[in-house]
Design a protein around this ligand. Sequence first.
Ligand SMILES: *Cc1c(COP(=O)(O)O)cnc(C)c1O
Length: 368
Amino acid sequence: MAYRIKFVNPGRNYQMIKDELDAAYFEVMTKGDLIDRGQLRSFEENLAAFAGAKYAVGLNSGYDALHMSLRAAGLGPGDEVIVPAHTFVASASAIVNVGAKPVLVDVGQDFNMDCNKIEEAITPRTRGIMPVHLNGYMADMVRVMEIAEKYGLVVVEDACQSLGSSMVGKRAGSWGLTGCWSFYPFKILGGYGDGGAITTNDPEVALFATRMRYNGEDRQTGEYHGHGFTCLLDNLQAAFLDVKLRYLPSWIERRREIAARYRAGLSDLPDLLLPHYDDPRRDHVYQNYVVRAQQGNEFSEYLKANGVEVLTQFRRPYYRHEALKLEDRGFPETEALSREVCSLPMNVEISDQEVDYVIGVVRRFYGK
Ligand SMILES: *Cc1c(COP(=O)(O)O)cnc(C)c1O
């Protein structure tokens, strides 16, 4: 079905910055700079500066960023890592794939790990916490870091949805051992295929990831420092991402404008919970604008039937997929929000008129 309002519009986004992207493409192609060249290093420097960290290491995906981080921290068989019950499956899969056990914790109203439930999930085997900053809004990292220090736990931040957000003025991804980023096309900084990175202040961790992304090889000496992986961020993607990163601050401002427009148009509807929170220490970059509608599928299907493309991540929590063999410890908030979530179109390509159209459809659903 052709939607009148698309969830994202990559073609339109390209037109907005076409000249610069085309120039980046021609430079890479004419020089033949394909693997591990200046464009990658430039992007890594700019990303590290933006995220408030000393180092950035470009990888193939957000998943690889999580995976490399857990390996760098030495986590593996026999270890438990705490992770939220409401997140993208990759957070837990990275833990399982290093041989460790994910221990799930319910989330709060803001879709992030409920910090009051972390301590009850800690056992003598717990060695790490992976807070996820979902939708563009950080988990309460002040609390997470307090708990991590008290129990001596490694913190790996899954910041894949929150590039540019912060708490008490400190950026997402700069709190834990690493911050993990995804440049999947529809992330707030999206490439044209898969991509990811870690940021860190630890030179050993940066060196580890720099070697392991390239089959364990030190590119200067040719020495293999371990059995590694193939998960280097492509130079061409890095060149494109470097262009888009320059726009990110203004694009975040635009996302906040759209969020304010939704809020003004929808906040009087009693059955709809909007993603605006009253913690003055944290700011939202609105990677996603996820509302909670008491009418669940009826609401999301009505929007689609009326030309508005929406996402409902995740109607079925990942721990309810039997093949993943994860322990359901009882997560009432995750269960409730998985029935109610609906992401409205939120991107920098959308016009105010289109946002107003979405608002109009939502209001009509509620008979307003
Ligand atoms: C997108 C995402 C990932 C994985 O990123 P990929 O680049 O697709 O591997 C992990 N965690 C969260 C929360 C994400 O949103």
